[in-house]
Design a protein around this ligand. Sequence first.
Ligand SMILES: Nc1ncnc2c1ncn2[C@@H]1O[C@H](COP(=O)(O)OP(=O)(O)OP(=O)(O)O)[C@@H](O)[C@H]1O
Ligand SMILES: [Mg+2]
Length: 244
Amino acid sequence: MGEKIIEVCNLSKSYGDTQVLKALNMQIEKGEVVAIIGSSGSGKSTLVRCIAGLENIDGGKIMLRGQRISGTKSTNGKVGMVFQNFNLFPHYKVGENVSMPLKTVLKYSDEEAEEKSRTMLDRVHMLDKLNQYPNNLSGGQQQRVAIARALALGPEVMIFDEPTSSLDPELSHEVFETISDLAKEGQTMLIVTHQINAVRRFATRMVFLSKGNIEVEGTPDYIFNQSKNYDLKHFLKQVSFEDI
Ligand SMILES: Nc1ncnc2c1ncn2[C@@H]1O[C@H](COP(=O)(O)OP(=O)(O)OP(=O)(O)O)[C@@H](O)[C@H]1O
Ligand SMILES: [Mg+2]
């Protein structure tokens, strides 16, 4: 048994009368790369937003290395989040986008933050864009800067919510290459995506969400080739047409 990073216990979450998550349990161990799949509206974003501390929860608890994080709001970068639309600060240069949170969240000095920013941008092959503004970058490049920014804070777990869904296939490929490199380096990750063929190459586990809970989970091989679950099979048939 590996070291537990995240423990989700009996998590329930509703929006008005709609119960989205129903007493959901999930654990993530160090170095695991967990892909969350499921049809639109199944609660994938809700689940990862709860883990990232972006939503209030109605029941249960979420622990990070044994410490309760649900209800505490800020995870101080320990849970890194990368969104579909990059969310970079448009009026700050690439380098500043990465160095800023280091100063505000981790209280780095200017020099320390700038040095770390360069190191992180180099890691995602974006160092040459240090002094550019985000708008002058391709979507794929912006997403890699967003990854560097989250990664700079030394997250215990990196969460990606549809990181490539606003990108062309080619740019989407380069972002998945970056994520796959992180997987090889042992970064613990949670990835929500419809591009199941891209993640099955490096996910250590896949989780199929349906009706507010985890309906099936297992290795990519189990999910794709062994499970007889009807809802999962139906879902896979649908997405494999879209995801070429
Ligand atoms: N802020 C909100 N207010 C009200 N309802 C919401 C809110 N966010 C999500 N929901 C509802 O919760 C359910 C789950 O939404 P969620 O965004 O988690 O789904 P998803 O699996 O991420 O879907 P998609 O694949 O389309 O991104 C949906 O029925 C959605 O309409
Ligand atoms: Mg979503």
